[in-house]
Design a protein around this ligand. Structure first.
Ligand code: 4AD
Ligand code: MG
Length: 445
């Protein structure tokens, strides 16, 4: 019996006859020779059909096959360093072929297409090698997140997606009708994480989160995946120590496992190789000073206006980009103004206008990939904050209970999967990091 094998495993079958099942990615016609690029999900391999070695009918069918036609081929595996493909280095000399379906004219051809066209054909675009590489890296990022947390004493405790109240800012909520009531799609699992943390010590939730942000930037999705660890008795410093280990593990695993995919993406990995603890840590004050210094040193007035920042304002993309370009690895920015951050963040004891928050900014201009803080654990203070921002106390009664029954200092953060993947893959836009992106102007397909 001829074994049916994966293209990724061809190296194990040198000299043997094997069967491969997949799709025709590309084809070069050299008359008596047909070079077929076949993909099977695990990789792409060159398969060679030689007129003399095949029945006339089989050769002619192969010769007429359209792009993305599905087929099963059988042939001998030959080592050839120059054989193209992923992983490459092996090709198949076809001895038999069976066509499953001849594809209609495929809309995505090797020529250049516009982004909107490709996005409209996202259900087909995911077959292209670039997208294939990105989504394989995404899967490893998710897998490493889970493994690292599971191996380091964190328990996965799921949090709800349908929620009665805001978790972050009340301006970015997707409202839904929940029978007779209003409900919202979760922006974060954090508040529930805090309840779960009191039971398990170190927990994480990991799921899709939703923001009806009207931002049309290269960093924003309306539906994105976030992992959120939450730890009892953690300080801001503990949080940063943990984050740098966690991020380094994710980057390390991607580098170790995905050289081929990073090659497909033509990703220069110089900066990724440098990712190891400790990461630089600067205060918001210092970040503001650095930005204003950069602005002062710039001759271009437009650049100057984009960089200049008044103390108290949140950073925009140009600020984050400029800041991260000053460092060769991810950088922590801590102690943001309390006014620009969420209600639950612990104010600094002798300087309540700033809070015990920390964002991690990825290098090479990628910007914020994690956001977190110490949480307010004093019952009076959290009551005050809730009253101050004017959210409905009733909806948060359960959350306030957490400050009544054995409240402890604690901290946590959220890491956006798509921003992380965009950084690791070196992508100019977040839309390619998730199979079916949801954005301000897109929810098809
Ligand atoms: O900074 P954010 O809003 O933090 C929270 O939601 C906290 N409750 C997390 C926590 O402390 N448990 O979001 C966290 C991360 C950001 O750093 C970013 O990576 C990602 O989530 N993120 C987005 N990614 C894509 N599109 C958006 N619209 C995003 N908003 C946030
Ligand atoms: Mg944030």
């Amino acid at each position: 019996m001829t074994p049916t094998v994966l293209i990724a495993d061809l190296h194990r079958y040198e000299g043997q006859t094997v069967t491969v099942r997949g799709w025709l990615y590309d084809r070069t016609d050299k008359g008596k020779l047909q070079f077929l690029k076949v993909r099977d999900g695990s990789g792409i391999a060159q398969a060679v059909a030689f007129q003399k070695e095949l029945p006339e009918a089989t050769f002619e069918v192969l010769r007429s096959l359209s792009q993305e036609s599905s087929l099963i081929i059988t042939g001998t595996v030959r080592a050839d360093k120059r054989a193209p493909g992923y992983p490459g280095g092996y090709e198949i000399g076809i001895s038999d072929a069976q066509v499953i379906q001849i594809a209609d004219e495929y809309p995505i051809t090797p020529k250049e297409h516009g982004v909107e066209f490709l996005m409209d054909h996202r259900h087909l675009w995911v077959r292209s090698s670039r997208q294939w590489a990105i989504l394989r890296i995404r899967a490893t990022v998710i897998n490493t997140i889970r493994n690292w947390l599971d191996d380091n004493g964190y328990l996965l405790v799921d949090t709800p997606i349908i929620t009665p109240a805001a978790g972050e800012s009340t301006t970015e909520l997707f409202e839904i009708t929940y029978f007779e009531d209003k409900a919202y799609l979760a922006q974060t699992g954090q508040l529930y994480n805090e309840a779960n943390m009191m039971s398990f010590g170190k927990v994480y939730c990991f799921g899709p989160t939703f923001r009806s942000e009207k931002s049309k930037t290269r960093r924003h999705l309306t539906e994105f995946w976030m992992v959120e660890p939450e730890m009892a008795f953690f300080s801001l410093e503990d949080l940063m120590d943990m984050e740098e280990q966690f991020i380094s593990a994710i980057v390390g695993r991607v580098l170790e496992k995905h050289r081929m995919e990073l090659d497909i993406l033509e990703r220069d990995t110089t900066f990724l190789e440098r990712v190891s603890a400790p990461f630089p840590r600067i205060s918001y004050d210092e970040a503001v000073a650095r930005l204003n210094k950069l602005a002062a040193e710039t001759a271009d007035p437009e650049q100057q206006a984009a960089l200049r920042i008044e103390w108290g304002n949140d950073f925009g993309s140009p600020h984050e980009t400029a800041l991260t370009q000053q460092f060769d690895r991810p950088v922590f920015v801590y102690h943001y103004p309390t006014a620009v951050k969420a209600f639950y963040m612990q104010p600094v004891a002798d300087r309540p206008e700033v809070c015990r928050s920390v964002d991690l900014l990825a290098p090479e201009g990628y910007g914020e990939i994690t956001g977190g803080s110490e949480r307010i654990y004093d019952r009076d203070l959290i009551e005050q904050r809730i009253a101050h921002i004017g959210i409905n106390r009733e909806n948060y009664a359960w959350y306030l209970d957490l400050r009544r029954f054995g409240s402890v200092p604690h901290a946590g953060f959220g890491l956006g999967v798509e921003r992380t993947v965009a950084w690791l893959c070196g992508l100019p836009h977040i839309r390619e990091t998730i199979p079916y992106p949801r954005m301000l102007k897109r929810m098809y397909p």
